[in-house]
Ligand binder design. Structure first.
Ligand code: AMP
Ligand code: MG
Length: 485
């Protein structure tokens, strides 16, 4: 028997435990976190392993067993310290100084082969000093929903955190928004960072500009490295954060995604999208579509997302003003609308098949498309996937051919806006040479996946899990999302 086969050597061979963890946040000192212990669970059933992420960690998926996932992220063997991060935040406009990681912790930080630093952050791993009245747990359905959201957004081109793994943990949980008792899970998120706007808000609340300065230097060093040597790096950091967030919201909008809970504790300082709770993809283009049932005043509805994120950036100036000149930040924030509009327009034109923005018709096509989608209330995702499915080079020859044999036309019936849209699309195509029709067809397929993660689709994979522990539809859905089918 070789040494590697010795039974009690199992964990030293666990690839997750042999990764080179960097104490990046830990080394800032314990003003930013509390060391915690993970819950012990009665059961560990691996339900999801995201093999597509492993190469980025320098791991060969075939060399990582299901047991390795469970030992590392279900049993939390050997890894210390586990850090519950401290933060505050504005929740639905009200300041909450009682927040912090209440059901998760920073498991560790690892540098990917791309040179980026990644957090492994848990959700549903037990109580912490910030659990307040909560049980520290995540429902299995909550885990399933976050895995699906992250995969769908990733393949729609949104800058998002991912889920590395999700393990069922065998507890019965009680929730007001799920039939209860309901099953439990622990999910491990792989993201750029778990430092939030609310992390700085807490330090401001505690009147610790020294700690804010140290944290901001860390953020720039790790996530805005190209700014380190700039003399005005702090102002440039804020300006770039504005751009990243504006572009992120544009990506959500084009993807038809409503995050649902845009509190400042759910806003990452890296501009990455994360934390998917009651989110929803819009069924139709409805500016007031609201995903969270408890969002009574539609504060975080679909079309408010840009305004809310801009407001969150504005409020972030308060904690940062000890370090960054206020007028520089105001100047930076003034570019938000322009970044947002440019990115949204560009992404929507891609969904319409175009990557060149020269023709005057393209400027008219974007607003007219939104007008048509709102007026007709056809399926938002269906409209674009039907365009991709039925597009033909002869649409360039006659407006009557545009969308003529797709499934949405009977639903829309004859309407002046639809006719105008077809005429304008035909006219736009005529700005391109016949041989460019192939590129347009390819763009339509690339930017408009067939499968949309609408609520009934999520329910259709959840039901077999809940009723008969059948996970096949869930895995098939992820395959479809990942392959664009
Ligand atoms: P979220 O809505 O997931 O962004 O969570 C908001 C805050 O509530 C965070 O501080 C969470 O850690 C905390 N929280 C949410 N659910 C639970 C739970 N079941 N147990 C303890 N804390 C929770
Ligand atoms: Mg959160």
């Amino acid at each position: 028997m070789t040494l590697a086969e010795t039974p009690n050597q199992t964990n030293s061979r666990n690839p997750f435990l042999t990764l080179q963890y960097e104490p990046a946040l830990e080394s800032l000192g314990d003003d930013y976190y509390d060391e915690v212990a993970a819950a012990e669970f009665p059961q560990h059933i691996l339900r999801w392993r995201n093999d597509s992420l492993l190469p980025r960690l320098g791991l060969n998926p075939q060399a990582v067993t299901d047991e390795d996932f469970i030992n590392a992220f279900g049993k939390f063997q050997e890894r210390k310290p586990l850090l519950a991060l401290r933060y505050h935040g504005y929740q639905f406009g009200e300041y909450n100084s009682g927040l912090g990681d209440g059901r998760g912790f920073l498991y560790g930080q690892v540098r990917g082969i791309d040179g980026e630093l990644y957090d492994f952050g848990t959700k549903g791993s037990g109580k912490t000093p910030y659990s307040r009245g909560g049980d520290g747990m995540l429902t299995l359905k909550g885990g399933v929903r976050e895995v699906l959201a992250a995969e769908a957004l990733q393949y729609l081109g949104v800058r998002t955190s991912r889920c590395l793994t999700m393990i069922e943990t065998g507890l019965s949980l009680w929730r007001g928004d799920e039939p209860s008792p309901t099953r439990s899970s622990v999910m491990v998120r792989m993201s750029n960072s778990h430092i939030r706007f609310g992390t700085f808000e807490r330090l401001h609340y505690l009147r610790r500009p020294d700690l804010s300065q140290k944290l901001l230097d860390h953020v720039i060093e790790q996530y805005y490295q190209h700014l380190i040597t700039e003399s005005d790096k702090y102002a440039l950091f804020y300006a770039e954060l504005v751009q990243r967030i504006a572009e992120l919201v544009a990506q959500w909008m084009a993807a038809g995604f409503c995050h649902a809970v845009l509190n400042t504790d759910n806003m990452s300082i890296t501009g990455e999208s994360f934390d998917y709770g009651p989110y929803a993809f819009i069924p139709t283009y409805d500016p007031y579509f609201t995903a969270a049932y408890f969002d009574y005043y539609r504060r975080y509805c679909y079309s408010h997302q840009a305004g809310i994120c801009k407001l969150n950036l504005d409020m972030l100036q308060e904690p940062l003003k000890a370090i960054i000149d206020k007028s520089d930040m105001e100047y930076g924030l003034a570019s938000f609308d322009e970044y947002y509009r440019a990115e949204y327009r560009s992404l929507m034109l891609k969904k319409l098949g175009f990557d060149q923005l020269l023709a005057p018709e393209l400027d008219e096509l974007f607003p007219l498309t939104l007008e048509f989608l709102q007026d007709s209330q056809v399926g938002y995702h269906q409209f674009f996937s039907e365009m991709a499915r039925t597009f033909a080079a002869n649409w360039r020859d006659d407006p009557a051919f545009v969308l003529h044999d797709c499934e949405i036309v009977p639903a829309t019936g004859a309407s002046a806006i639809f006719d105008n849209w077809c005429i304008l699309y035909h006219k736009t195509l005529n700005n391109f040479a016949p041989e460019q029709m192939d590129t347009i067809a390819q763009n339509l397929h690339r930017y408009n996946p067939k499968t949309a993660l609408l609520r009934p689709v999520i329910e259709s994979v959840w039901e077999p899990i809940a009723q008969s522990d059948n996970w096949q539809p869930f895995y098939e859905l992820i395959d479809k999302i990942q392959s664009g089918n």
